[in-house]
Design a protein around this ligand. Structure first.
Ligand SMILES: C[S@@+](CC[C@H](N)C(=O)[O-])C[C@H]1O[C@@H](n2cnc3c(N)ncnc32)[C@H](O)[C@@H]1O
Length: 484
């Protein structure tokens, strides 16, 4: 019998694998904002890619989700087509006709697997809100209709926001879509939680009120009720500014972060105090913070250790948030290195500095696992590039030599060589020192540093110059620096 996960907890991993372990009908509300690159060229999603590099780690797709039609996607679609009892079976079969074998079908089949599990996890009174982009919302709606049934469709919410645009051949694309479904007809909805002040002049909400067949007395009575209780917000939301206009204190520098007000509205509309809110793609945890503030219980899942660290350090500073799947000690780190070397690499890079972006392509990385940029160029150098290499196995001098050669080849300013155990070999230390020092401002740093996860668990920080946030290019905020 599967166990309910601990409440107010975080879970590291692919949400499909994580959620599979949880019992049926255990969650009241699910909000998901899955990775989808709205900047991806539309046609790319219809391309029949010939990229057969194999499965790319989902984390790496988080910020570069050029979903490709490849062997992995084909196998996933085949499985869904063979699984007669899968709730998305029929719609995936029809997607095979159109859009056909394409990046879009790769994406839709990936979502089908996960949405089916989310449907199972919801209580009969529960609801799901899927945040997506107009490029894919029409397909996702068909997918949700198939899994949730059309009669459980509640709203297609348009979240409109303002911002600059370079559009010349169409109108600036300034809205997201949020698809809202109930699990059953008895899905709960709490209109009183989401009323907005009614402005009689602009009619915010509804200018047509004064027209129609109503008598002036009826109109007056409705307006009086609105004035007293506020008006239920409609399905187009233009009163919540977009990410670019989020209050300064709310911004964490995490790409794709959503405003707190958006999540508060959803949580108030579809849950009560004490109920359980799940975000399977929680990013830097907007949902978790909104749920906590509104006295709901919450569960967050993300495949990026970076996201979970941003969340814990910035959102719940000083609180020991239970986190499954992320190593809590050296033994856990060694286990992760064995079980999932790729996740280990990403996690270890984050331990070293949040200034490193994991290498996008794991194959053919030519000895580089992460790249970052310092803010200030070191004296006498014309680069700010810092490279990192992670080794989860037993240390070999040859690996370090390759890395030193890579630093020279890439003309990097610095290099960080990260291992599980400290490197004690004098030869290795001497070879690393051979590349000398760099001076940044008034500080001098060894150009190559050997650093270990053992040191990390002993709270010995890596001595690095100030770095940029690899996702925004802006300086890492002090709060985003690593804190154990
Ligand atoms: C669009 S962002 C979510 C942003 C979030 N709403 C916020 O306000 O911060 C999508 C997130 O999904 C995560 N992700 C991608 N694939 C995943 C998977 N298979 N399982 C869990 N998380 C995943 C990414 O790491 C990223 O943090």
């Amino acid at each position: 019998m599967p166990n309910m996960p601990q409440l107010n907890s975080l879970h590291y991993g692919d949400c499909l694998e994580v959620m599979k372990q949880w019992p049926d009908e255990s969650v009241d509300l699910i909000y998901l904002d899955p990775p989808f690159n709205s900047n991806a060229k539309y046609h790319q999603l219809y391309d029949t890619g010939d990229d057969n590099r194999g499965t790319r780690d989902a984390q790496l797709q988080a910020f570069d989700d050029s979903w490709k039609w490849n062997a992995t996607a084909a196998a996933r679609v085949q499985n869904l087509c063979d699984a007669l009892a899968h709730p998305a079976h029929k719609v995936i079969n029809s997607f095979l006709e159109w859009p056909g074998e394409s990046g879009m079908l790769a994406y839709l089949s990936y979502m089908a697997e996960r949405l089916a599990v989310m449907h199972r996890l919801l209580k009969p009174t529960g609801s799901l809100y899927l945040h997506c982009h107009p490029t894919a919302s029409h397909y996702l709606k068909a997918l949700l209709d198939c899994i949730f049934r059309p009669e459980n469709f509640r709203n297609e919410i348009v979240w409109g926001y303002k911002g600059p645009s370079n559009a010349k051949r169409w109108f600036p694309r300034k809205h997201d879509i949020i698809l809202f479904y109930g699990k059953t007809k008895s899905a709960q909805f709490y209109p009183d939680g989401v009323r907005v002040a009614y402005n009689r002049i602009t009619g915010t909400g509804n200018t047509s009120l004064a027209r129609g067949n109503r008598t002036p007395e009826e109109v007056q009575a409705i307006e009086a009720a609105y004035a007293k209780r506020g008006k239920l917000v409609e399905d187009y939301w233009s009163d919540i500014p977009g990410a670019g206009h989020m209050p300064r204190h709310e911004r964490l520098g995490y790409p794709t972060q959503k405003p707190l007000a958006l999540l508060e509205r959803i949580i108030k509309a579809s849950s009560k105090e004490g109920e359980v809110v799940l975000d399977p793609f929680c990013g830097c945890g907007t949902t978790m913070v909104a749920a906590d503030k509104l006295s709901r219980k919450w569960i967050g899942v993300d495949i990026s250790p970076h996201a979970l660290e941003v969340l814990k350090v910035n959102r719940f500073a000083g609180q020991a948030i239970p986190t499954s799947g992320i190593p809590a000690d050296f033994a856990g780190a060694a286990q992760l290195a064995k079980d999932n070397p790729q996740h280990f690499e990403i996690w270890a890079l984050n331990c070293a500095s949040q200034g490193f972006a994991p290498n996008e392509v794991q194959t053919g990385d030519h000895g580089i696992d992460g790249r970052g940029y310092m803010i200030t160029q070191p004296d006498g150098m014309d680069t700010k590039l810092v490279l990192a290499q992670v080794k989860g196995g037993k240390f070999q001098l040859g690996q370090l030599r390759d890395f030193l050669w890579t630093i020279e080849r890439e003309k990097a300013a610095m290099g960080i060589f990260i291992t599980l155990h400290p490197v004690t070999s004098r030869n290795a230390q001497a070879e690393a020192q051979h590349l000398g020092n760099v001076t940044v401002g008034t500080e001098t740093y060894p150009r190559v540093q050997l650093w270990s996860l053992t040191a990390y668990f002993e709270n010995e920080k890596l001595h690095l110059p100030d770095m940029k946030n690899p996702y925004t290019g802006r300086p890492l905020q002090p709060t985003l620096q690593w804190v154990l």
